[in-house]
Design a binder for this molecule. Structure first.
Ligand SMILES: [Fe+2]
Ligand SMILES: [Fe+2]
Length: 315
């Protein structure tokens, strides 16, 4: 697996495959740095899916009707599935799910900053679907063509489900906007809280994103953070209008010259603090994940014992 004494033909084949926008598969030779970068990115993505179950899972028991409960339950379950596909993709690179989970719990690996914000009202379920799953789609659709095969293929399935998540969130907000004044106010308040953190989901600005250039050269990333953030802003504005909410940014306006919307300055100090672990819910999210891992230990042990027993029997 090591690339330390790389055969030049293997290295050339890798470069040619990436340059032709074809896929690198798990058994192909790849540079160590490519493998490392991918493990970090896929793990961070998998962790985000799993930690992301918490803020919305928080509302399953309090969803206002059986129908809404069933929808939310299915959505949160989809996120668990996304986490599992992605841990499997990371496994093909030689990183086990257990090892990655330990790195998450110890704080050595990160997950998306957005999931460190609390869900204070039921409208947050709709806003997360609309804005957070919406931002995830902007980020992830280009990843369907990423250079590492298992990651790209996982993304195809995930993106189909994310687009359904976005619509269910939007539909929930639409329904609330047709309701009472109190419901409309609840939606607006929720959008006010989530808009800026959703913009932060695309990561630091391009001039402060040191890994972007190499990741783009390797075909791991296909667009920069700022490009994707702009795409998300332009996409969200007409949706906000159709919904009847305002976005909490006085500097949002159409720029005829750029054929895009200008928007205000993101609070990067807040972003850095949340990434560093000082967001409103970081400690709670990790404590909850740790508890789930510890309480599930006996299930994993039993499943492992059963699997080795089966193997013995069929030998
Ligand atoms: Fe997801
Ligand atoms: Fe989702």
């Amino acid at each position: 697996m090591s690339s330390a004494v790389a055969d030049p033909t293997l290295a050339a084949r890798f470069e040619a495959t990436v340059a032709a926008k074809e896929r690198i598969e798990p058994r192909d030779w790849m540079p160590d740095a490519y493998r490392k970068t991918l493990i970090r990115q896929v793990a961070q993505h998998a962790h985000s899916e799993i930690i992301g179950m918490q803020p919305e899972g928080n509302w399953i028991g309090r969803a206002p009707s059986l129908r809404r409960k069933a929808i939310l339950l299915a959505k949160v379950q989809d996120e668990a599935g996304h986490g599992l596909y992605l841990y499997s993709a990371a496994e093909t690179l030689g990183a086990s799910r257990q090892e990655l989970t330990d790195l998450l719990i110890s704080g050595a690996q990160k997950y998306s900053s957005i999931f460190n914000y609390p869900t204070l009202t039921y409208a947050d379920v709709g806003t997360i679907g609309w804005l957070v799953d919406g931002a995830a789609i902007c980020n992830q659709v280009p990843l369907c063509r990423t250079s590492f095969g298992p990651y790209g293929r996982a993304m195809i399935r995930i993106c189909k489900e994310e687009s359904f998540h976005q619509r269910q969130g939007y539909e929930l907000l639409m329904t609330m906007m047709r309701g009472t004044d109190a419901q409309r106010a609840m939606v607006q308040e929720s959008v006010n809280r989530f808009w800026w953190p959703a913009l932060m989901m695309f990561g630091p600005p391009d001039d402060a994103s040191p890994n972007t250039e190499q990741s783009m050269a390797w075909g791991i990333k296909t667009h920069t953070n700022d490009e994707l953030r702009q795409r998300f802003v332009d996409m969200s504005i007409p949706q906000a209008k159709a919904l009847g909410v305002t976005l909490p940014d006085p500097d949002l306006k159409w720029n005829e010259h750029r054929q895009s919307h200008d928007f205000g300055e993101i609070d990067w100090d807040e972003f850095r603090a949340v990434v560093k672990g000082d967001g409103p819910c970081n400690a709670q999210r990790i404590a909850h994940r740790r508890k789930a891992r510890d309480e599930g230990a006996w299930v994993r042990e039993a499943a492992t014992a059963f699997a080795s027993k089966q193997k013995e029997l069929t030998r």
